[in-house]
Design a protein around this ligand. Structure first.
Ligand SMILES: *[C@@H]1O[C@H](CO)[C@@H](O)[C@H](O)[C@H]1NC(C)=O
Ligand SMILES: *[C@@H]1O[C@H](CO)[C@@H](O)[C@H](O)[C@H]1NC(C)=O
Ligand SMILES: *[C@@H]1O[C@H](CO)[C@@H](O)[C@H](O)[C@H]1NC(C)=O
Ligand SMILES: *[C@@H]1O[C@H](CO)[C@@H](O)[C@H](O)[C@H]1NC(C)=O
Ligand SMILES: *[C@@H]1O[C@H](CO)[C@@H](O)[C@H](O)[C@H]1NC(C)=O
Length: 581
């Protein structure tokens, strides 16, 4: 939607945040890998001590593809790295707040997926109200989706993938030139029959190239004015604005996690990723040593821009009927479902501090969890004979278990390799690299548990010494922490404990929480406290001592570390107390 600079800047939050969680763990390097797909029958390839290559991007392709059209992960990592064709099915209802009376837009314009979003733009005087348009899709609408917070007009790179499509280069000077952007995108898309571009900031929105070609009017209503004020308005307008914004955020939260925004159906077989190192090799060296938060599309070479445009053109020209039939969204999700909560639980068990009296039982409990994860792959023939498990650094006896675990998800897809599109090959490789690493680490941990004598099925002659168990737990902790950090799945970033009825878990979302620097563009400024109380700004260098006097009395910001949400927001979730006074 066309947030004006003023509207974005003038909006403030009347919410008190409680900093709950910092799940971000520094990415650490791994030893180079000898992982070569296709040599799966050679057990020598299944080495438990070799982590993924530092430049490998399979896990990044995996997590971005697994996060498409979900609000939470795309708010957490704002810089989009994926462009995907999609379709909006017949019958989908879309909304538009008319700024100037009951006129259907004749020019290029925006629609929202929720009325809580579009009514923000339904502006009119209290005396005459405002005009709100409801539309229905009449034939499948071809769209192109830019992931990340692709509607956030930020200079840090949120618009880059769109700029490359519209202009074949990044134009930071035009970051606010939305009219030009939509015009040039639509012109570009015309030859492929693309009628819309899907983006996200507070919620998903669609830039529509022609309002009459794929939609019909369901209703065009003269509504009571929303009475949305700007920051200086006196009550009740000011309070009303806050409530409206809260409900806007609330409606976006319905699309927070899997399956995300289901009204837009993506064609994964045409997905283009800037993490595709074969398609976009120029970005590999740019990412060396950087956290995912700092990954940018800026710096891409002109040749690679051309390759991306060619790949997109191929994907858009291809009729959807030629796709292989794999449901990639589910293929990815099954992997996340299988491992996310179990790895998290294992990490939780490892986080508990224990006295020596209970440590052996505790290690046995963790070993049981590891066995549960691996059980479908614990090939009988590979298991060591009873009592013969002795400390052996290579744990090579466990290689068959590792192999079965790692190949179970993708082997059948790989066997149909010839029918796959280049995008599907990329996704296949992403699943393989991701499951390879999960299975490597879990097998390594489980085999260590056997070695150390904490597996109840393989009891040692005498109970292992506490020192040894502590060493084992330390090793396990390191393994699981590195794995979770490498995978960096957004499903692990959440408010703990979970929110109550009157709360909502929230990540700083453009434009709420972003304020103009004097003379400069909007930037995330949570590092300079941005919780504004009604009518007054509480500005502190950090969140320390910040104790907003919220009238519901319950919620306050608890924060005594540095309040760096610009970066930290990649892993910080907040409880927002719904303001009900
Ligand atoms: C929009 O689509 C309608 C119906 O297909 C068509 O008649 C009209 O010319 C199109 N408008 C523009 C500006 O292309
Ligand atoms: C990672 O990529 C950089 C830049 O291309 C290269 O210098 C480095 O050797 C690569 N590292 C590995 C382990 O492949
Ligand atoms: C375990 O502790 C680490 C480090 O404090 C933390 O980041 C992580 O979220 C904790 N995990 C669980 C599941 O409690
Ligand atoms: C570990 O086990 C492998 C295979 O069983 C064996 O070849 C190797 O010699 C063992 N290493 C040690 C240190 O016992
Ligand atoms: C190993 O031996 C112990 C007792 O000697 C027995 O309780 C246990 O079930 C055996 N485990 C396996 C896997 O055979």
């Amino acid at each position: 939607m066309l947030f004006t600079r003023k509207a974005a800047a003038g909006v403030w939050l009347f919410l008190a945040f409680e900093r709950v969680l910092t799940a971000q763990i520094p990415v650490s390097s791994h030893t180079p890998s000898s992982f070569h797909p296709g040599v799966e029958n050679d057990l020598g390839q299944w080495v438990l001590d070799e982590g993924p290559a530092v430049n490998a991007t399979g896990h990044l392709v995996f997590e971005t593809a697994n996060s498409l059209l979900q609000h939470w992960p795309n708010t957490r990592h704002r810089i989009g790295h994926t462009i995907v064709p999609g379709t909006i099915p017949v019958g989908t209802i879309l909304y538009h707040g008319a700024l100037s009376g009951p006129h259907l837009p004749t020019a290029l314009d925006w629609v929202a997926v929720e009325p809580d979003h579009s009514t923000y733009f339904c502006k009119g005087p209290i005396e005459t109200g405002c005009w709100h348009l409801t539309l229905a899709v009449t034939r499948p609408m071809k769209v192109l989706y830019f992931d990340g917070s692709s509607a956030a007009r930020l200079l840090e790179g949120t618009m880059d993938t769109q700029d490359l499509v519209a202009w074949s280069e990044m134009k930071p000077k035009w970051v606010w030139n939305e009219e030009r952007r939509i015009k040039d995108l639509c012109e570009w898309g015309e030859k492929y029959g693309v009628n819309g571009f899907v983006r996200m900031d507070m919620n998903f929105e669609i830039m529509i190239c022609n309002f009459t070609s794929h939609m019909e009017i369901v209703s065009f209503l003269n509504l009571e004015s929303m009475r949305i004020g700007i920051s200086t308005d006196p009550p009740p307008e000011g309070l009303n604005t806050i409530r409206h914004i809260f409900e806007f955020m609330h409606s976006a939260s319905w699309r927070e996690n899997y399956p995300g925004e289901t009204r837009i159906m993506l064609d994964f077989s045409g997905l283009v990723s800037f993490y595709d190192t074969a398609l976009v090799p120029s970005l590999v060296s740019r990412r060396v040593g950087l956290d995912r938060w700092d990954h940018r599309v800026a710096g891409i070479s002109p040749e690679d821009i051309e390759s991306v445009q060619d790949r997109l053109a191929q994907a858009l020209a291809r009729p959807p009927a030629t796709t292989s039939g794999f449901d990639w969204k589910t293929v990815l999700r099954v992997v996340v479902d299988r491992y996310a909560s179990r790895l998290e639980f294992i990490q939780h068990l490892l986080n508990l501090t224990l006295d020596d009296g209970s440590i052996f039982d505790h290690a046995q409990q963790i070993q049981r969890q590891l066995r549960t994860v691996l059980f479908p792959y614990t090939v009988f023939a590979a298991l060591p004979p009873n009592t013969s498990v002795t400390a052996n650094a290579t744990n090579s006896w466990a290689a068959p278990v590792f192999r079965e675990c790692a190949t179970s998800h993708a082997a059948s897809i790989a066997s149909r390799g010839t029918t796959l599109t280049p995008s599907e090959h990329l996704l296949l490789q992403a699943v393989r690299e991701t499951t390879h690493e999960i299975c490597r680490v879990v097998t390594k941990m489980w085999a260590s548990g056997m070695n150390f004598g904490v597996d109840a099925f393989y009891p040692p002659e005498q109970r292992p010494e506490d020192d040894h168990i502590h060493a084992l737990i330390g090793e396990w902790k390191e393994d699981v922490t590195q794995l979770i950090s490498w995978l960096d799945w957004s499903v692990w970033v959440k408010c703990r404990p979970a929110c109550g009825f009157e709360e909502m878990c929230y990540l700083p979302t453009w434009p709420f929480g972003f304020f103009p620097t004097p003379g400069g563009p909007l930037q995330a400024q949570w590092s300079r406290t941005t919780v504004l109380l009604y009518g007054q700004t509480q500005t502190k260098g950090n969140g320390r001592d910040h104790n907003p006097s919220v009238s519901d009395g319950g919620s306050h910001m608890k924060d005594d570390s540095d309040w760096q949400a610009t970066k930290g927001s990649s892993g910080v979730a907040f409880h927002s107390r719904i303001w009900t006074a």
